[in-house]
Design a protein around this ligand. Structure first.
Ligand code: C5P
Length: 222
């Protein structure tokens, strides 16, 4: 049995992290949420008043930035320079600014390096926007998860409600569309399906159905 690299990409709120966590658990693989890394960098820049579109200033900040994950229940915990930021990075102000930070080449280069190190030994499920195309081009399993905007806004609405965030559905739809547009049109490693990725539309599928489909693919490859 081989310890595979599993790359799961797709637009905002397509269910990537929920599915990726379950796959990781099932195969005893490490789960790495790369979106959380971009969010953590964004949070720090906002807190330290570093301009979100200044690639040099962000690069400098990153030389003194530590991002770590620890297992937690139900969610993996995220730490910024030793301080827990799991909830803080999911707040709407971070969500609405993260695409600006993620478009900066210096930030992408830095985080891509960190992600490759994490994935090096295999046995990894990594989700994001550019994992199959840029971070892990040789990943044995590449999945591109999509769902309608309406469905994704509904899912985000439910997730938010559990976290005590109450943004109207229509606002969420606009936010999702804006973020997808920014992520898909940026110059450096935009959100796009890798040629060798398998596209899964999850609009009408349950989480367990999606997990089952991806698990079958992994079992065949390892
Ligand atoms: O996955 P999540 O919605 O948490 O990602 C937050 C943002 O981080 C995305 O909208 C995108 O701008 C950025 N991102 C990225 N590349 C990745 C993962 C996330 O640019 N691999």
């Amino acid at each position: 049995k081989k310890e595979l690299q599993v790359a799961i990409d797709g637009p905002a709120s397509a269910g990537k992290s929920t599915v990726a966590k379950k796959i990781a658990h099932r195969f005893k693989y490490v789960y790495c949420d790369t979106g959380a890394m971009y969010r953590t960098v964004t949070l720090k820049a906002m807190r330290e008043n570093v301009a979100l579109d200044d690639p040099e200033a962000l690069a400098k900040m990153l030389t003194k930035t530590e991002i770590t994950f620890k297992p937690g229940n139900p969610e993996q915990l995220v730490f910024l320079d030793g301080q827990e930021v799991t909830m803080a990075i999911r707040q709407p102000d971070v969500t609405n600014n993260v695409s600006t930070v993620a478009a900066q080449g210096t930030v992408r280069a830095d985080l891509t390096n960190r992600q490759r190190q994490i994935a090096e030994a295999g046995g990894i499920v990594m989700d994001g926007r550019d994992i199959g195309t840029s971070v892990l081009p040789d990943a044995e399993v590449k999945i591109f998860l999509v769902a309608s905007v309406e469905e994704r806004a509904q899912r985000r609405f439910k997730d938010n409600a559990e976290k005590g965030i109450h943004t109207p559905i229509e606002t969420l739809k606009k936010e999702i569309e804006t973020r997808d547009h920014k992520d898909s049109t940026r110059a450096i490693s935009p959100l796009t399906q890798a040629k060798d990725a398998i596209r899964l539309d999850t609009t009408a599928l349950s989480i367990d159905e999606v997990v089952a489909k991806i698990s079958d693919i992994i079992v065949q490859k390892r």
